[in-house]
Design a protein around this ligand. Structure first.
Ligand code: FNR
Length: 369
């Protein structure tokens, strides 16, 4: 059957992948309330389209940290992509490059920074988890720089791994034929089987729970690369991120995999944008599955969005072709949304093109018919 939207890859991936792998990719934390809310919240934002504007030419290009890309749709870091497809991160890197957009490589990729760089040209960011052993971190950052990565996305919402119950039930672990390639030479590339989630145990053993704002400054002493702080959900932290020298902020709840009952990212976005006061760009990830979602995020002040699960699901279904198709479908849907809203370029997308339930003076539940 022909695939006509991004979400359809989820069901195909579920059929194709071993249960342990699919569950790892799909799950959220605990009750998975935030997981559903990341999607549902988009459906409570409606359009106020403008008509009779010449939309025969639409320009979706934009600039992120000085890098020109073809559209404000980028790839979030998702770990262990070779569990989805043998080509894993190579396929994702090639698909992103072909689409003229940015791929973020996870620290926990099953391909190394050097291997991903060797797939060819492309603008790539490196996502960093800070290990207790700072020599490991310094080495890794240096390798990412040398491999031509253009920014560090510092993940700040994971001092411990969120409680993902499917992974606990499945005793999730990295399959023995794969390694966390960036850490292979450091003897940290394997994940032991444990009697709960192998990843949760790995995180508890290796990741630095004491990470704090002073480390954002420390990171700037070991690299010249711009730092995006990934995992901000409040105005308070947005201000601190700007003060700490961040080059940008990613509003993210880690795909609802960390703290459950945090708001959907699309609901947290506006307060972060206001607090950033235009001093740094603000991006969003979480639940973006449609071009309309991209438009809503931009209308609320995001400079761009990232997608996570659609990449691993489409990889599982069709490898590089699948990831290309996901990016193409989102591009076309976003372009259509712009045209039907009367916007010809990204700077024509305004707050007035949408209405949210928090815009109403006295929110009332809609009458049930
Ligand atoms: C992630 N995410 C993530 N984030 C990160 O900083 N480092 C990582 O290694 C991973 N790994 C990872 C694996 C899988 C399977 C998922 C689903 C997510 C979070 C990711 O970058 C992003 O925040 C969310 O995936 C965005 O939400 P959607 O698009 O998946 O709804």
């Amino acid at each position: 059957m022909e695939i006509t939207n991004v979400s359809e890859y989820d069901a195909i991936a579920k059929q194709k992948l071993p249960k342990m792998v699919y569950d790892y990719y799909a799950s959220g934390a605990e009750d998975q309330w935030t997981l559903a809310e990341n999607r549902n919240a988009f459906s409570r934002i409606l359009f106020r389209p403008r008509i009779l504007i010449d939309v025969s030419k639409i320009d979706m290009t934009t600039t992120v940290l000085g890098f020109k890309i073809s559209m404000p749709i980028m790839i979030a870091p998702t770990a262990m992509q070779k569990m989805a497809h043998p080509e894993g991160e190579y396929a994702t890197a090639r698909a992103a490059s072909a689409a003229g957009t940015i791929m973020t490589l996870s620290s926990w990729a099953t391909s190394s920074v050097e291997e991903v760089a060797s797939t060819g040209p492309g603008i790539r960011f490196f996502q960093l988890y800070v290990y207790k052993d700072r020599h490991v971190v310094a080495q890794l950052v240096r390798r990412a720089e040398r491999a031509g990565f253009k920014a560090i996305a510092l993940t700040v919402d994971t001092p411990r791994l969120g409680r993902r119950e499917a992974d606990i039930k499945n005793r999730f672990t990295l399959p023995p034929f794969l390694t966390l390639k960036n850490f292979e030479g450091l003897d940290l590339g394997k994940m032991d089987k444990s009697n709960d989630s192998g990843l949760a145990s790995y995180v508890a053993g290796q990741i630095d729970r004491s990470l704090s704002w002073k480390d954002v400054k420390w990171l700037q002493t070991i690299t010249k690369l711009p730092i995006l702080v990934k995992g901000v959900l409040t105005a308070e932290d947005a201000r601190l991120a700007v003060q700490a020298g961040a080059a940008g902020i990613i509003v993210s709840n880690h795909g609802a995999r960390q703290l459950d009952y945090v708001p959907a990212t699309i609901l947290a976005l506006e307060e972060v944008v206001k607090a950033a006061q235009g001093r740094v760009p603000v991006f969003l990830d979480g639940g973006v599955r449609r071009g309309t979602d991209v438009f809503k995020a931009l209308a609320l002040g995001a400079s761009g969005i990232f997608i996570g699960r659609p990449v691993v699901f489409s990889l599982a279904a069709e490898g590089e072709v699948g990831v290309r198709k996901v990016l193409q479908m989102l591009r076309e849907e976003f372009e259509l949304t712009m045209a039907l809203s009367g916007c010809r370029s990204l700077n024509e997308i305004t707050r007035n093109h949408i209405v949210t339930d928090w815009d109403l003076p006295h929110p009332r539940p809609l009458p049930r018919l």
